[in-house]
Design a protein around this ligand. Structure first.
Ligand code: HEC
Length: 145
């Protein structure tokens, strides 16, 4: 075997090993994805077939300023439905946030709080706002789902 032959063989061996490593990494990445989130594919499928209410996207929230802030901060612990099925004034939303902060470990929303309140009180305002006072909630209770 001449040194040139050897070089040639070594080159193709290097190529084979590189290709194997790449394939191995891809399999590993794919497996990791499945282990990390087994519903990864199913979830995307069901999202697409779900009926989409007008004016909302797959997050379930009405389009508007600061929507993504609300999605980011308000869907970590429960579904968006729990939020969107509620209506309240700015004060009412603030109370709900305070209640979650005091009892459910909701974090301090910092300067985003005002923006979140603006979004919620605009898009999820009580029906008939301005004609009657918003409901006063005396005692909160936890749902068990
Ligand atoms: C740290 C977890 C957490 C985060 C983040 C969170 N919540 Fe909640 N929230 C809860 C829990 C726990 C409940 C009680 C219901 C339950 O157990 O599913 C709840 C209930 C609610 C309810 C229903 C209250 C009722 O009794 O009808 C509303 C409305 C709500 N959250 C709005 C929000 C909004 C708006 C945000 C974002 C600012 C938010 N949540 C973020 C934990 C959280």
């Amino acid at each position: 075997m001449t040194p040139d032959d050897f070089k040639e063989r070594f080159k193709s061996l290097k190529l084979t090993i590189t290709a194997l490593i790449v394939v191995f990494m891809m399999i590993l990445g794919f497996a990791g994805l499945l282990i990390y989130d087994p519903q990864f594919f199913e979830e995307n499928i069901s999202k697409n077939t779900e009926t989409i209410t007008q004016g909302t996207d797959e997050s379930g929230f009405i389009e508007g300023n600061y929507k993504m802030l609300v999605v980011a901060n308000c869907t970590a612990c429960h579904s968006s439905k729990l939020v969107t099925q509620n209506r309240a004034s700015k004060e009412g939303w603030k109370n709900m946030i305070r209640w979650m902060q005091e009892t459910q470990n909701l974090w301090d929303l910092g300067e985003n709080e005002e923006k979140i309140l603006e979004y919620l009180s605009k898009h999820y305002a009580p029906e008939g706002q301005g004609r009657r006072a918003s409901l006063k909630v005396e005692a909160w209770y936890a749902l068990d789902n």
